[in-house]
Design a protein around this ligand. Sequence first.
Ligand SMILES: NC(=O)c1ccc[n+]([C@@H]2O[C@H](COP(=O)([O-])OP(=O)(O)OC[C@H]3O[C@@H](n4cnc5c(N)ncnc54)[C@H](OP(=O)(O)O)[C@@H]3O)[C@@H](O)[C@H]2O)c1
Length: 244
Amino acid sequence: MKIAGAVALVTGASSGIGAATARELARRGARVILAARRADLLSEQVAAITAAGGQASAIEADISDLESLPRLASQAEAVYGQVDILINNAGIHVRGKPGQIAPTDIARMVNTNLTGAILLTRLLLPPMLQRRRGAIICVASVAGNIANDSLYSGTKFGLRGYALALRRQLHSSGVSVSVVSPGYIDTPLTSYRRGRMPGPQLIANAIAGLVERPRREVVAPWWYRFPIALERAAPWLVDFGLRR
Ligand SMILES: NC(=O)c1ccc[n+]([C@@H]2O[C@H](COP(=O)([O-])OP(=O)(O)OC[C@H]3O[C@@H](n4cnc5c(N)ncnc54)[C@H](OP(=O)(O)O)[C@@H]3O)[C@@H](O)[C@H]2O)c1
């Protein structure tokens, strides 16, 4: 799909990968709708895009509030008349020992990372199918390919599985579905980690590339493909490597 002139909704666009993606899509000529909970950060991103000559608008939204998603979808469609590109990026990682994460945190994580993305896709897909034009990108994770954190991996394997199957089901429909699986990226989500990590622009470029040339899945940085291949070929070796 040509990005210039298209309308893109980016969830989780107040920081990190989502903010970089919104800026990149706007730079390539899309009209961008940024959604997240923190309205102040969204306004800053919209101001930065507008100052750079792009078009953007913000919607304050909580993806984990499943009942509010029909309102988000219709608000988004009303901003520029339609949504052509959906970037399911909003995500959280509640860290904790197995069996010790509170049920409310489990529900928040599953609803944000998985159920919210599925419901929002369901809401925005029918008009895309009617126009035979659309691109849906789901931001999964290397942790959705290598099982290393039960709850986070559970949501990301789920999102990946949903997107990969939807891609097959929508074959020849005019709507593409692609997955991007980032490794560790330097964003607020990974602020607990030490050491150098690539910045979110790497993933923003990959996402924009997937809108223009859809693919099943892009893993970035590319070298995470090696541990992923090992997980598939010899999971017992990965068991050994990840043993703590
Ligand atoms: N950074 C990494 O190493 C890495 C690796 C693999 C995958 N990922 C995935 O990449 C995506 C973006 O993460 P990031 O690294 O850019 O982290 P981030 O900077 O913390 O961004 C997360 C975004 O999600 C939004 N969000 C969280 N809960 C939300 C909710 N209930 N409703 C709406 N928006 C919500 C946040 O906005 P508000 O707080 O304003 O709502 C924020 O804009 C996530 O899906 C994450 O799992 C990241």
